[in-house]
Design a protein around this ligand. Sequence first.
Ligand code: ADP
Ligand code: AMP
Length: 213
Amino acid sequence: MKIIMLGAPGAGKGTQAQMIAEKYHLPHVSTGDIFRANIKNGTELGREAKGYMDRGVLVPDELTVRILLDRVAQEDCKNGYILDGFPRNIPQAEVLDKELEKLGDKIDVAIDMEVPDESIIKRMMGRRACTACGATYHIENVPPKKEGICDKCGEALILRDDDKEETVKNRLNVYHEQTQPLIDFYTEKGILKTVDGTQDMMDVFKTITDILE
Ligand code: ADP
Ligand code: AMP
């Protein structure tokens, strides 16, 4: 099964993708996590991506598409994957379709998580992320068992550089201009499912598993 998670930054894509990954034993592929891992490891890709990420704009397609295609070509993606944060514009979606088509393959479902902009700002201000394993928490809604420490791997949690209010506003603009058109793109392909992302985390998960099953 190949699943795309769509939605504004902070809609809960990563949170749900991680839960889907555990339940269905599929890899969670997040381009944002791949960039952050490269920044942490001081790679050339990380240095290039950071400038764009800190401004809240998209990393150029030439870089992003290559790292995504390399990732999904790996052995663990053979039986499917969950894409979180990719595609983020129509050209990325078209390249992905074309590459899958060459393999006689396709995306099965695109899940659009709807959350109004007003709630997004609150969610992002309270988000805390683990730079080691990519798990996300919220200081009020989804707190870790021990403050500042990841439940899953024990590493320290951080406030992401791009979760500051001004950057979040930029990212929301970029989402509305460049990513939201993907809703029509996948509706036309007949594979879009819309989920109310304002529900409690477990209710969102139940809605998604009902769709997948
Ligand atoms: P995205 O991957 O779409 O950017 P995240 O999964 O990181 O979003 O979620 C953004 C923030 O909102 C995180 O702090 C997360 O813990 C919190 N969150 C996720 N799902 C919910 C929910 N259903 N209700 C309230 N807060 C949520
Ligand atoms: P995310 O972790 O998905 O919120 O992504 C964080 C940042 O990484 C975004 O604001 C972009 O700068 C960059 N990024 C992640 N995925 C993509 C993508 N598919 N295309 C371009 N930039 C991306």
